[in-house]
Design a protein around this ligand. Structure first.
Ligand SMILES: C[S@@+](CC[C@H](N)C(=O)[O-])C[C@H]1O[C@@H](n2cnc3c(N)ncnc32)[C@H](O)[C@@H]1O
Length: 213
């Protein structure tokens, strides 16, 4: 899969699966469990500005707005079809979130725009060079003292994670995750990063990453 600014890996790898994304997230992955934990971890304060990178159908961004209604929440995704669903959901739930089409490695925001950058299960869609440019962009758009909060595949630490880790490692984009390199990659531009928790799913071991500017 090529990784120019015009191409990206869709949410479920194949476009024809996109309409099933929310159903799978809600009933099979049960994403609300780890998204709630990520929101707790981010400890968003009233009035803060928050960016959800690769927001997909907007579940995390909407939950964030509901958890801290005075925060200004923005969701960014490369896929306009995912954002159509996100906008519909935020309207239905009366949770005002701004959704922008864009790429994580070229964020359409000025320097020091956000108090928090969050991301759920999207970093493993990026090959190494794209992760590196995304890390620089995250650093650029964070305010001094701002924080990055990511949940994504991490270095397997359970027996189950170790069992399916080699399978995930077969996907080039997931290599850095499974090798435990996300703290290093996101720390390189200057964030102080650490893995602060784990979450076991049927699809593998997830890790919570925190970075502070
Ligand atoms: C597995 S989905 C996760 C969506 C959402 N964060 C969630 O947890 O429900 C990954 C998302 O990343 C988006 N994506 C992939 N590559 C991207 C890129 N380079 N820039 C922005 N979004 C991207 C896809 O369009 C997709 O919506």
């Amino acid at each position: 899969m090529s990784h120019t600014n015009e191409e990206y890996i869709p949410a479920l790898s194949y476009r024809f699966l996109t309409p099933f994304f929310d159903f799978i997230q809600k009933f099979i992955v049960r994403d609300v469990r780890y998204k709630s934990l990520l929101i707790q971890q981010a400890n968003i304060q009233p009035g803060q500005t928050v960016l959800d990178l690769g927001c997909g159908t907007g579940t995390l961004a909407i939950m964030t707005k509901q958890a801290q209604p005075s925060a200004e929440v923005t969701g960014l995704d490369a896929d306009p079809d995912m954002l159509k669903v996100a906008r519909y959901k935020s309207g239905q739930r009366k949770a005002h979130v701004k959704f922008d089409v864009g790429f994580t490695n070229k964020l359409p925001y000025p320097d020091a725009s956000f108090d928090r950058v969050m991301s759920s299960i999207m970093i493993h869609h990026l090959k190494t060079p794209e992760k590196i440019t995304t890390a620089s962009e995250v650093f650029r758009v964070l305010k001094p003292g701002g924080e990055l909060h990511i949940i994504d595949f991490g270095k397997p630490h359970t027996w189950y994670g170790k069992l399916i880790g080699p399978f995930l490692h077969g996907f080039e984009e997931a290599n850095d995750n499974i090798d435990g390199k996300l703290p290093e990659i996101f720390g390189a531009p200057g964030l102080k990063t650490e893995v602060v928790g784990h979450f076991l799913t049927f699809f593998g071991d997830l890790a919570f990453l925190k970075g502070v500017k």
